[in-house]
Design a protein around this ligand. Structure first.
Ligand SMILES: C[S@@+](CC[C@H](N)C(=O)[O-])C[C@H]1O[C@@H](n2cnc3c(N)ncnc32)[C@H](O)[C@@H]1O
Length: 250
């Protein structure tokens, strides 16, 4: 097979350049200094962190993940290619709750914080993240929702020479637990089923905002992702599903 599952994930799920443009605009607006250090919690392949380091010679990043295997992949595919700049990207093998690295921006993306299933667990993580954000810094996270987020579905998208398939199992109405899978399919009929599995609680934007404020953030700004970029006032009334980015300010 031409690609491994992490390459397929980076190609189909992640858009670090778009996200970094957005983050730069937001930081311009809400921070009174230039952000230098990005801490990427649940970093996986550390793609965003590596792009942060590439984006400016003064920037540093810390990627935190407890999976040694994905960090080895990150080291080989995203840190090593930075060559002389690799020293500005640190990969930390740890539970995010046990890593105290401080940063101007703490990011938790692709709904990674949805692994926390109770209010107490998520609040504990947000309090920890708040302590890790340097004065004047921000936390960036995302969420998805809309009626389509509640229903079982299979969403297929073509990316160049492969199909990305997002499969959602029905939500448990008593716990809001959702189980989702990413599969990949190829033109020759081969497939990579269940390349990734997610066992999450579907948190609402309201809950996330309340918990972030309870954790000590001063305010939480929200933007919806659109085809054109990011929109704070998108009319979602006719939308089946949407993705938001939350910026918690200190
Ligand atoms: C959904 S992936 C996110 C990858 C990447 N951040 C992105 O934006 O696409 C979740 C990652 O979080 C890691 N992870 C899950 N729980 C963790 C924890 N408590 N501490 C550190 N890493 C964790 C997993 O090993 C996995 O690599």
């Amino acid at each position: 097979m031409k690609y491994d599952r992490h390459q397929l994930y980076e190609l189909s799920v992640q858009q670090p350049v778009v996200l970094l443009d957005f983050l730069e605009d937001v930081c311009d607006d809400v921070m009174d200094r230039e952000p230098v250090v990005l801490r990427e919690d649940f970093c996986g392949t550390a793609y965003l962190s590596s792009m942060w380091v590439r984006s400016d010679e003064g920037r540093k990043a810390v990627g935190v993940d407890f999976d040694a295997k994905v960090l080895r992949w990150a080291e080989r595919h995203n840190r090593k290619p930075l060559a002389g700049d690799a020293g500005r990207l640190k990969l930390v093998e740890a539970d995010v709750l046990r890593c105290g690295a401080k940063a101007d921006i703490v990011a938790a993306l692709n709904f990674s914080h949805f692994i926390f299933k109770t209010r107490d667990e998520l609040l504990r993580y947000f309090r920890h993240a708040r302590r890790c954000v340097k004065p004047g810094g921000v936390m960036l996270l995302d969420a998805y929702g809309g009626p389509g987020a509640m229903a079982a579905c299979e969403d297929v998208r073509r990316f160049g020479d492969f199909d990305y398939v997002w499969e959602q199992k029905p939500i448990d109405p008593l716990t809001n637990r959702v189980v989702n899978y990413i599969h990949f399919r190829f033109p020759d009929g081969t497939r990579m089923d269940r390349a990734f599995r997610y066992d999450w609680r579907l948190w609402s934007v309201v809950e996330l905002r309340e918990l972030l404020v309870e954790a000590g953030f001063a305010d939480v700004l929200v933007w919806f992702e659109t085809e054109e970029g990011f929109d704070a006032e998108l009319d979602t009334s006719d939308m089946e599903a949407w993705v938001t980015y939350l910026v918690a300010v200190t």
